[in-house]
Ligand binder design. Sequence first.
Ligand SMILES: C[S@@+](CC[C@H](N)C(=O)[O-])C[C@H]1O[C@@H](n2cnc3c(N)ncnc32)[C@H](O)[C@@H]1O
Length: 318
Amino acid sequence: MMNGDVIDPSKLNFKHIPVLLHECLDALQLKKNMVVVDATLGGAGHSREIVKQISGGTLIGLDRDTTALRYSANVLADAPVEVRLIKCNFCDIADILKSLGIKQVDAILADFGVSSHQIDTIERGFSYTQDAPLDMRMDTDANKTADTVVNCYPEAKLADLIWNYGEERYARRIAAAIVAARPIRSTGHLVDIIKNAVPAGYGKTGGHPAKRTFQAIRIEVNQELESIQKFLDGAIEMLKPQGRLAVISFHSLEDRIVKQTFKRAATDCICQPKIPQCICGHHATVKLLTKKPICPTIDETVSNPRSASAKLRVICKL
Ligand SMILES: C[S@@+](CC[C@H](N)C(=O)[O-])C[C@H]1O[C@@H](n2cnc3c(N)ncnc32)[C@H](O)[C@@H]1O
């Protein structure tokens, strides 16, 4: 299913520490011979442990990043399971599994966002601390780049997405400054424009002044939130009874979608409270296993600061 050769892990600086690893393994309740999907394979940080627990089973690894798939193919080469790695958007999980002849799976894991490898590969343009081309694509075959968003979007659309996807209070000022400074040719140039558009000292406590705008542009380039919604619906559909879905999100926009989708799927009637008798006919298809999300321990956030905002939510199919 995958194009290209595997990559020797020793030749690639693929550093990504799996987040909430033990919590995910506990949540998935893995056993020998299970069929498991890792919807965000990355560097196979989670999958290299998953395969040890499902020996004789099948691991289906999805990612839209070709480098991640090639690297992981090598990491998983000796795994005691059948490994099937597929380049795709995880939003298509249901169709992909059906096309493989798989009707239901035992467990699904998703660990949203970008990998450390993607952030640390400077030329991919995800980082606001390095000067690079305006790219930010997880799938380097996709058409839309950060350049399109930054240089071609109308000011109002840009302001809305920085506000909605970055939750950035200076969204309108930043959008106006970007439009006035076009053409913008690099991430370093963009960071300078953002810094000049916000009040001096902004970001001293809440992180880098460009952090929220970069998050917003990345979400738009990769259509991340739409993909997450469609993925969750497809993943729930494809779970076996008693099968488990564990999802790690990294910011409030992702977590809100996960929380609301899980809550709705775990609820029988979803009629407006003022309606005296149920007319929706909705039935719960899952049980919520985490009323509150599981967060990293202090030890984990100290050893891996990128885990700090992680939230794990888990459901079980009825
Ligand atoms: C946080 S990393 C996963 C790291 C992995 N769990 C590990 O420990 O090595 C997220 C991965 O998901 C991929 N990804 C994000 N959104 C995706 C989508 N909509 N479809 C497919 N892959 C996606 C990214 O390319 C990235 O490799």
